[in-house]
Design a binder for this molecule. Structure first.
Ligand code: FAD
Ligand code: MG
Ligand code: MG
Length: 304
C-alpha cells in the first residue's frame, strides 16, 4: 500500500457510501454531511491551499472524529489528484501521486490511554501519516502548535475534526483564522455540521479498524484519569446477552465496505491490559459499545 493506494481506497469507501439507496434516515443524512464536507474541501479549501505542497496539515489525535474526517479528506485528495491529471495532457498511468506521506500533527497533551497511543501508531502506518508528535505534556496546545509551525514553515492551514456539538464549537466556521491567543494560521473545520450518528455511520460502514476503547463503551476519549465508559451505555442486571438499547448501525456493520456478508463483528484494535485494569478498577459493569449512543448531548458524559 501507499498513500495513493489508501487515498483511492478511501475514495472507494466514500463513493460506495454515497451510492447507498433506501437505507436508514441516518444514512441519508450522513450522505448529505459527506457531500457538504466534500464541497468544502474540493471547491473552497483545495482551491486556496494546495494539499500537495505542504501548505495544509491535519491535526490528528486518533479519535473517531479525526479518523472519519481523514477518510473523507483522503477520498477528496484522490479526487483532486484525478481531476488535476484529467485536465493535464498525460494519461493516468504516467502521473505520479504527488505525496508519499500526509503532513499530520499530534499534540501529546494529557496522560493518554496506551490503547489510543497504539491506535495512533497503527493508523500512522495505515494512512501514511508523517506524524509530528509533540514531546508529551511539555506545554499548552497553542505553544505546541507554535513549535510545530516553527519546524514546518510552509504550513498555512490545519485541518481539525471539531464539530458544532463540541464545547465552544457552536459558532465556529469551516474556514477561519485562529484566535489571538493562538499562533496565527487558518483553521480548516469541514466536519462541523456532522452529528455523532453521522460519524458512527460512515466509520462503521468503512470497515476500517477503530480504536478498541470504543467497544468498551467509550464515546469521547480524553485523559486516562478523566475518561470512563459512557454511563448512558451501562448495561443493567441481566442485560449481558439481550440488547436493551438499539444499535442504529447494524446495517452498516453487516454491510461494511469490503466485508464478507453475515459478518457482524466490528474491527477494533486490542485494548491494552493496563487500560483494562484502569477501566475495571473502579467499575466492573458491562457497557454497550460506544456506537450505541447517538445523542450528541450525551457524547461527553464519560468525561470529567
Ligand atoms: P476532540 O474531538 O478531542 O478534538 C477535535 C479535533 O481537534 C480532533 O478531531 C483533532 O483534529 C483536533 N485535536 C484535538 N486534540 C488534539 C491533539 N492533542 N493533537 C492534535 N489534534 C488534536 N481553540 C480556540 O479557542 N481558539 C483557536 O484558535 C484554536 N485553534 C485550534 C487549532 C488547532 C489546529 C487545534 C487542533 C485546536 C484549536 N483550538 C482552538 C482548540 C479546539 O477548538 C478544541 O478545543 C480542541 O481541538 C480540543 O477538542 P476537543 O477535545 O473538544 O474535541
Ligand atoms: Mg470529538
Ligand atoms: Mg480531546
Amino acid at each position: 500500500m501507499s498513500l495513493e493506494g489508501v487515498a483511492e481506497h478511501c475514495y472507494n469507501i466514500t463513493q460506495s457510501y454515497l451510492d447507498l439507496a433506501n437505507q436508514t434516515s441516518i444514512v441519508d443524512e450522513t450522505k448529505e454531511a459527506i457531500k457538504l464536507t466534500r464541497d468544502y474541501l474540493l471547491k473552497d479549501i483545495f482551491k486556496r491551499w494546495d494539499p500537495f505542497s505542504g501548505q495544509i496539515s491535519f491535526s490528528y489525535n486518533g479519535g473517531k472524529d479525526c479518523q472519519v474526517l481523514l477518510i473523507v479528506y483522503l477520498s477528496c485528495l484522490w479526487e483532486f489528484f484525478k481531476e488535476s491529471i484529467r485536465i493535464s495532457q498525460f494519461s493516468l498511468k504516467f502521473q505520479k501521486f504527488p505525496l508519499e506521506y500526509l503532513p499530520t500533527v499530534y499534540i501529546d497533551q494529557a496522560e493518554t490511554f496506551q490503547t489510543l497511543e497504539d491506535f495512533i501508531e497503527l493508523t500512522k502506518n495505515r494512512y501514511f501519516l508523517s506524524l509530528y508528535e509533540s514531546p508529551r505534556n511539555q506545554t499548552s496546545m497553542p505553544q505546541a502548535f507554535r513549535n510545530y509551525l516553527d519546524l514546518n514553515e510552509n504550513t498555512e492551514a490545519i485541518v481539525i475534526g471539531i464539530r458544532h456539538t463540541d464545547p465552544y464549537g457552536e459558532k465556529l466556521k469551516c474556514i477561519e483564522r485562529t484566535d489571538s491567543n493562538w499562533p496565527d494560521f487558518i483553521r480548516l473545520q469541514p466536519l462541523l455540521h456532522w452529528k455523532l450518528a453521522n460519524v458512527w455511520s460512515l466509520l462503521l460502514y468503512s470497515g476500517e479498524e477503530l480504536c478498541g476503547l470504543y467497544e468498551y463503551g467509550f464515546t469521547s476519549i480524553g485523559g486516562v484519569n478523566t475518561t470512563r465508559p459512557n454511563p448512558f451505555l451501562k448495561k443493567g442486571p441481566g442485560e449481558d446477552n439481550g440488547e436493551a438499547i438499539t444499535n442504529h448501525f447494524s446495517w452498516e456493520i453487516s454491510n461494511a465496505y469490503g466485508k464478507a456478508q453475515e459478518d457482524s463483528s466490528v474491527p477494533v484494535t486490542r485494548v491494552s491490559d493496563a487500560d483494562l485494569d484502569i477501566i475495571q478498577k473502579t467499575d466492573d459493569s458491562a457497557y454497550y459499545p460506544g456506537w450505541f449512543l447517538i445523542e450528541d448531548s450525551k457524547e461527553r458524559a464519560g468525561r470529567s
